[in-house]
Ligand binder design. Structure first.
Ligand code: PAD
Ligand code: ZN
Length: 363
């Protein structure tokens, strides 16, 4: 039997989100239906609402979630009802050219639910990142459910499902930060602070946080920033060079998704250093830089999709580090809110008032 629950829907470009009754089908082959407990509000949800990802409206928003498997399709063996899971948007296929080459974190055919969730009138919904978890129940591919230790509360565990994983992975997987590196992170929201936490876990000796908001810089220190730069007042490229014996950082992570901050990242790294772009730009953005500088400065320019993570490898490991007190996931949670408060949370995100608002869907 399909179930009807409340979900947060973006009906058209730029319009405020609305709480709607949605219809969630019974799980079919390869699918699982999950009772969502908590779901973080990520900047990518706002990108969806603003039509910056694609225009397949209406969207069912929310994708940074933890919950409990409610039921599974007939052939599903990897998860069972009652399992405590983090939802992921990288259920790797094992068959595409990336998977076959042994690079499953680039999987080009990740699995999502086959059936569609709908509005009551039958209008098909596009779930954000194939998840759609600002809803009491959601339908996903079984491989999108990663089992983790239920000692980690859902508002904390769920954050690993997107932004925090993206940030940590940008540092430890894409940027391959290692012991002794200098690292700069431009943009210290949830994703940037997670990159800082990742750089600390990997053993970076200097971690420079850059933001235009002093409140964010203060929080960044708590995740491991050794130095902070307010780029509204100070040229960040010069400041990062000054803090690294004039050289620039070994790895610079851009966690905003804007041309001017990408350019800062490019010039703030050491010769042959690495730039990681984890912020998501919008389609209208352009960049104009001398091609010679790309050659002359060498090194690696990388993008980080979801922190190049493998959910089954990385989520349980990071939950364990959290439970050991080595990864302060709880500090990303600025507030816990109700399912009707997502629009207000976007406003707070926009104003820089929060790292993460987490919707306690189950309460
Ligand atoms: P956020 O809005 O919480 O944080 C952005 C931060 O950047 C804030 O602290 C701002 O103050 C700061 N900022 C804004 N403009 C500037 C500027 N010009 N110079 C310096 N700092 C500035 O967002 P978030 O942390 O949730 O997400 C950040 C980006 O990461 C966003 O583009 C999101 O879509 C992207 C993302 N990417 C992935 C991925 O897989 N690549 C996953 C999840 C999120
Ligand atoms: Zn996200």
């Amino acid at each position: 039997m399909s179930v009807k629950v409340q979900g947060v829907v973006a009906r058209s470009k730029g319009a405020p989100v609305t709480l709607e009754t949605i219809v969630v089908p019974d799980p079919g082959p390869g699918e699982a239906r999950v009772k969502v407990a908590a779901c973080g509000v990520c900047h990518t949800d706002l990108h969806y609402r603003e039509g910056a990802i694609n225009d397949e409206f209406p969207f069912l928003l929310g994708h940074e979630a933890a919950g409990i498997v409610e039921s599974v399709g007939p052939d599903v063996t990897e998860v069972a009802p009652g399992d405590y899971v983090i939802l992921n948007w990288r259920a790797v296929c094992g068959e595409c050219r990336a998977c076959r080459r042994g690079r499953p974190w680039y999987c080009f055919k990740t699995h999502n639910a086959t059936q569609k969730m709908t509005l009551e009138d039958g209008t098909e919904l596009t779930p954000a990142l194939g998840i759609g978890a600002f809803a009491q129940m959601t339908l996903v591919a079984a491989g999108q459910c990663t089992k983790v230790d239920d000692a980690a509360p859902p508002e904390v565990a769920g954050l690993l499902g997107c932004g925090v994983m993206a940030g940590i992975g940008a540092a430890i997987n894409t940027g391959a930060v290692t012991r002794g590196d200098s690292v700069a992170v431009i943009g210290c929201g949830g994703v940037g602070d997670a990159a800082i936490a990742g750089a600390r876990l990997a053993g970076a000796r200097k971690i420079i946080a850059v933001d235009i908001d002093d409140r964010k810089l203060e929080l960044a220190k708590g995740f491991g920033a050794t130095d902070t730069v307010n780029s509204r007042q100070t040229d960040p490229v010069k400041a990062i060079q000054d803090l690294t014996e004039g050289n620039g950082a070994d790895v610079v992570i851009e966690a905003i998704g804007r041309p001017e901050t990408y350019e800062q990242a490019f010039y703030a790294r050491d010769l042959a250093g690495t730039v990681v772009l984890v912020g998501v730009p919008s389609p209208d953005m352009r960049i104009d830089m001398p091609l010679l500088d790309f050659f002359g400065r060498g090194g690696a320019l990388k993008s980080s999709w979801y922190g190049d993570c493998l959910p089954d490898r990385d989520f349980p490991m990071l939950v364990d580090l959290y439970l050991q007190g080595r990864l302060p996931l709880q500090d990303f949670v600025s507030e816990k809110i109700g399912i009707g408060d997502v629009e207000a949370a976007f406003e707070k995100m926009h104003k820089g008032d929060v790292l993460r608002s987490v919707v306690m869907v189950g309460s």
